[in-house]
Design a protein around this ligand. Structure first.
Ligand SMILES: NC(=O)c1ccc[n+]([C@@H]2O[C@H](COP(=O)([O-])OP(=O)(O)OC[C@H]3O[C@@H](n4cnc5c(N)ncnc54)[C@H](OP(=O)(O)O)[C@@H]3O)[C@@H](O)[C@H]2O)c1
Length: 297
């Protein structure tokens, strides 16, 4: 299998390279310095030079949720126009496309897990740009998979787990939001799921294109996730933090409201691709253990 990967230096992109290497897949890895997604001509020219490949995976995105409120054009270039150009390239070369998206396409007002077919109603610029990207990909190419995920964490990049471990070493007291419910997702597990999907979608008879969800099993709040991080880390390294206080989103200054509830229903992913995810606690323990080990230094 030959995969062309966009966004190779992000946290998911790095896990995709690791996982592809373990499976013996050939990866053409493109970071931002190789390909600027907002540049339509560059997308066409750079991807043409990467041919032949069997599948395109887009793990690149503008992911700064707060800053997106100011950098609207940059967010839409990476998250809407770029994916549209990728879809057009894939359509013209009859190649499958897996495009990664987010739970932030929902407003979080639902009281039960979001299904792939639920209506998008994003609240901030980031969510709006990702929802528009999904729409453009699906209308631009019949052979596309949109894979939504949520609350990514991993040993790579910037994420909540790494921030909590840093703050837990620096401070005695922390406040963490306790009124947003979601599904933490290990970027390594997501990478494995994407490669499992890749194997299925390159089969000539595959026809179940469309939107799917993947996250680790179970749901929690940021506060409960933080407590779990510290519980595990305390056994492995020294922390300064003694008190973690739950607070509401109103007490946490942010230019944009996050969805209060963004649990994703992943049953279609299991039914169609046979992909079953493990509990978030198990994946979290693995990542925290790695981050507290000598390997992380
Ligand atoms: N992180 C989360 O919690 C989360 C949650 C739900 C869904 N997702 C989705 O999961 C996917 C992967 O997220 P991630 O956390 O791995 O993201 P990430 O670590 O922020 O990586 C994103 C990558 O995209 C690149 N990029 C940004 N703008 C670009 C542009 N205009 N042209 C080309 N490359 C560009 C970035 O390069 P530079 O760093 O050089 O700019 C970076 O390497 C994204 O689709 C994201 O929307 C993430």
């Amino acid at each position: 299998m030959r995969i062309c990967l966009i966004g190779s230096s992000g946290q998911l992109g790095r896990h995709l390279q690791d996982a592809a290497g373990e499976r013996g897949f050939v990866i053409q890895a493109l970071a931002r310095q190789d390909l600027e997604l907002g540049d339509e001509i560059a997308v066409r020219e750079v991807l043409k030079r990467c041919l032949p490949f069997d599948l395109l995976v887009n793990a690149a995105a503008y992911t700064k949720v707060d800053l997106a409120e100011e950098q609207v054009d940059e967010a839409f270039a990476a998250n809407s126009r770029g994916p549209e150009y990728l879809a057009a390239f894939c359509r013209n070369h009859d190649l499958p496309l897996i495009h990664v998206s987010t739970d932030y396409v929902f407003d979080g007002q639902k009281q039960s897990p979001y299904l792939p077919a639920d209506r998008c109603s994003p609240v901030g610029v980031y969510g709006k740009s990702k929802a528009e990207g999904e729409r453009r990909v699906l209308s631009g190419h019949a052979k596309a998979i949109i894979l939504r995920c949520s609350w990514l964490f991993s040993k790579y990049g910037n994420n909540f787990v790494k921030t909590m471990l840093r703050l837990g070493r620096e401070r005695e007291k922390l406040t963490v939001v306790d009124d947003q419910v979601g599904c933490p997702t290990c970027a390594g597990d997501l990478a494995g799921a994407i490669l499992d999907m890749a194997v299925t979608v390159v089969e000539p008879g595959f026809h179940k294109w469309g939107i799917y969800h993947f996250c680790n099993a179970g749901s929690t709040t940021w506060y409960r996730m933080a407590c779990r991080i510290f519980e595990t880390a305390r056994r492995l390294c020294s922390l300064r933090v003694r008190e973690v206080e739950p607070v509401s989103s109103d007490q946490y200054p942010s230019p944009v409201r996050r969805p209060p509830y963004s649990v994703l229903d992943c049953s279609a992913t299991e039914d169609v691709f046979g992909i079953k995810s493990r509990p978030w606690q198990e994946a979290l323990e693995e990542v925290v253990t790695w981050l507290c080990s000598d390997k992380a230094c």
